[in-house]
Design a protein around this ligand. Structure first.
Ligand code: SF4
Ligand code: SF4
Length: 96
């Protein structure tokens, strides 16, 4: 059983994402998103908990092995931000 300390100390094995962003029953959720999650790679430990908990499967492995958010399907719910053990994901208000 891993603890939060194990995650932040990078003792947790890396999970390789096997699902990829795709259109769900809510369609292109990015069209009505109010908040947008932004990943700070300086704080990210590549644990992929965000990928695991995202209800829209909007996160996949991106450049240099960091998680990347597909904003076409992200609805800005903030679940990824709430569950990130290092506080690497912040929500900012969408403009326009
Ligand atoms: S953003 Fe947070 S939850 Fe996602 S991989 Fe990085 S540290 Fe883990
Ligand atoms: S805000 Fe919600 S939908 Fe968007 S990436 Fe995070 S968990 Fe997924």
């Amino acid at each position: 059983m891993f603890t939060l300390a194990d995650v932040t100390q990078e003792k947790v094995p890396v999970i390789v994402p096997i699902s990829h962003p795709s259109e769900g029953s809510a369609g292109r959720t990015g069209l009505w998103r109010v908040f947008k999650p932004i990943i700070n790679t300086n704080k990210c430990k590549k644990c992929f908990i965000c990928w695991l908990v995202c209800p829209e499967e909007s996160i996949e492995e991106g450049k240099d092995g960091y998680p990347e958010i597909d904003y076409t399907y992200c609805k800005g719910c903030g679940v990824c931000s709430d569950n990130c053990p290092t506080g690497a994901i912040s929500l900012v208000k969408e403009e326009g």
